[in-house]
Design a protein around this ligand. Structure first.
Ligand code: GLA
Length: 379
C-alpha cells in the first residue's frame, strides 16, 4: 500500500496499521440532523486512508499527501479549541475530544491520503475525523464502536474546529455499509441499513461536483441552525422534528415570516425521508427521482442553500431525462446528485456539462457512485 511507503518516508518507521473512512452523499434528509430529524446517506468509494503509529511521548504528528505540506507537530496535552486552525484541526480535534471525554489517549504519527474532494459537499472533514477516531479506537484499545466514535468526531468538529454541524456526516462515514443507505434518526443516533442497489434496477447515481467550493465555517450554516432552534423554542418544541406536517398552519401564526420557510423545509424534508425509505424497502428505487427533485426545490426556495451552479445542474439533468436531481450536503455550492437510468447517464452528463459551458461556469466533475463500506481498519 502506498500510504505505508509514504508513512515510512515521512516518519522514518512502519505504521502500526492503516484505516479507511469514506466520504458520503446524502440521498435525502438535508438540514434535518441538527433538528433531531431523519437522513438517508450512503458512503461513497472516495475515501481517506490513514496510516498511523501510536507514540508514547504525547506528540501528535500529522501529515497529509494532499498539498504535501510540512509535518504538523502538536502536544496532545496542549490541544484546546481554537488552538489549531488549518486542516489539522479536524484530526487533532478528535484526539482532543477523546481526551476531553476522559479516554486515556496519547500521541500518534498520522499520515493521510484522501480521494474525497474537499469543499465539494462530500464530507471530506468527516472522513478525516472518522479515520482518526477509528485508528485511535484500535491503537488505544478504547472499544467504543462506530456510533460513539461518530459522536466524538462530531464533537471535534463542533467544539474544536468550530463548525456547528449535525451528526449525519460522521454517522455516514462511521456506520454505512456496502450496498445500503443509512436511515438515520438523529435523535439518539438510531439507525438502520436500508438496501440500496440502483445498479440492480438499471439505474445510476451520478455526482456532479460543481467545483463551487462550499464552506460551512463561514457563518451561513450556523445562522440557519440558529434559526431552526429559535423556531423550535418559539413553538415550545424540543426540536423541529417534533412538529407534525399538519402543524405548519398553526406554526405560521406563531413564527416570524423569516423563520417559516426554514420550518417548512425541515418538516417536508423529514416526510420525504420516510417516503423514500418506504419506496426503497418496496424495491421502487426509481420512485426516489421525484423526491430528490422536490427536495431540491425546497432547499432552493425555502432553505435557500442552493446557488446558480447547483440549480443549473439539477435542472439540466432533469431536462435531459434524469429521474430526479438535487443538491446534496450542506449547500452553498458543492455537489448535486442525479438519479438516472443507466442508458441515459452519458447523455445526461453531457447535457449538464454543456449547460455549464453555455453559462460560462467551470467544467463540473461527474462520477457515478454506489453505496460503499463505512470506516474500518484495512491493514
Ligand atoms: C453538513 C453538515 C451535516 C448536515 C448537512 C446538511 O454536511 O455537516 O451535519 O447538517 O450539512 O444536511
Amino acid at each position: 500500500m502506498h500510504v505505508n511507503e509514504a508513512f515510512r518516508r515521512v516518519f522514518g518507521a512502519d505504521p502500526d496499521g492503516v484505516w479507511a473512512a469514506p466520504g458520503r452523499v446524502n440521498l435525502i434528509g438535508e438540514h434535518t440532523d441538527y433538528n433531531d430529524g431523519f437522513a438517508l446517506p450512503i458512503a461513497i468509494p472516495q475515501t481517506t486512508l490513514l496510516a498511523a503509529r501510536r507514540r508514547d511521548d504525547g506528540r501528535l504528528r500529522l501529515h497529509s499527501a494532499q498539498g504535501d505540506g510540512p509535518v504538523v507537530d502538536l502536544a496532545v496535552a496542549d490541544l484546546a479549541p481554537g488552538a489549531v486552525t488549518t486542516w489539522a484541526a479536524y484530526p487533532a480535534g478528535v484526539v482532543w475530544a477523546l481526551a476531553d471525554a476522559g479516554h486515556r489517549v496519547g500521541g500518534a504519527d498520522l499520515h493521510f491520503d484522501s480521494t474525497v474532494p474537499t469543499g465539494a459537499g462530500l464530507s471530506s472533514s468527516a472522513a478525516l475525523e472518522c479515520a482518526v477516531a477509528f485508528a485511535y479506537d484500535d491503537l488505544y484499545g478504547l472499544g467504543l464502536g462506530p456510533p460513539a466514535l461518530a459522536r466524538l468526531a462530531q464533537r471535534a468538529e463542533n467544539a474544536f474546529a468550530g463548525v456547528p454541524c449535525g451528526v449525519m456526516d460522521q454517522m455516514a462515514s462511521a456506520c454505512c455499509t456496502e450496498g445500503a443507505a443509512l436511515h438515520l434518526d438523529s435523535r439518539g443516533t438510531v439507525y438502520e441499513q436500508v438496501p440500496f442497489a440502483p445498479g440492480a434496477r438499471g439505474l445510476s447515481l451520478l455526482v456532479v461536483d460543481t467545483r463551487v467550493k462550499h464552506d460551512l465555517g463561514d457563518g451561513a450554516y450556523a445562522a440557519l441552525r440558529a434559526g431552526c432552534e429559535q423556531a423550535a423554542a418559539l413553538l415550545g418544541l424540543a426540536a423541529l422534528r417534533d412538529l407534525p406536517a399538519d402543524g405548519l398552519d398553526a406554526a405560521a401564526r406563531v413564527l416570524p415570516a423569516r423563520l417559516l420557510p426554514l420550518v417548512r423545509h425541515v418538516v417536508s424534508e423529514n416526510a420525504r425521508v420516510t417516503e423514500a425509505v418506504a419506496h426503497l424497502r418496496a424495491g421502487r428505487v426509481e420512485a426516489l427521482g421525484p423526491i430528490l427533485t422536490a427536495a431540491h426545490a425546497s432547499l432552493r426556495d425555502d432553505y435557500r442553500v442552493s446557488c446558480a451552479e447547483t440549480d443549473l445542474a439539477a435542472v439540466a439533468a432533469v431536462d435531459a431525462g434524469a429521474l430526479g436531481a438535487r443538491i446534496t450536503g450542506g449547500g452553498f455550492g458543492g455537489s448535486v446528485i442525479v438519479l438516472v437510468e443507466e442508458d441515459r447517464a452519458r447523455a445526461v452528463g453531457a447535457a449538464v456539462t454543456a449547460a455549464f459551458g453555455g453559462a460560462g461556469y467551470r467544467t463540473p466533475h461527474l462520477f457515478p457512485v454506489a453505496p460503499a463500506a463505512g470506516a474500518r481498519r484495512v491493514a
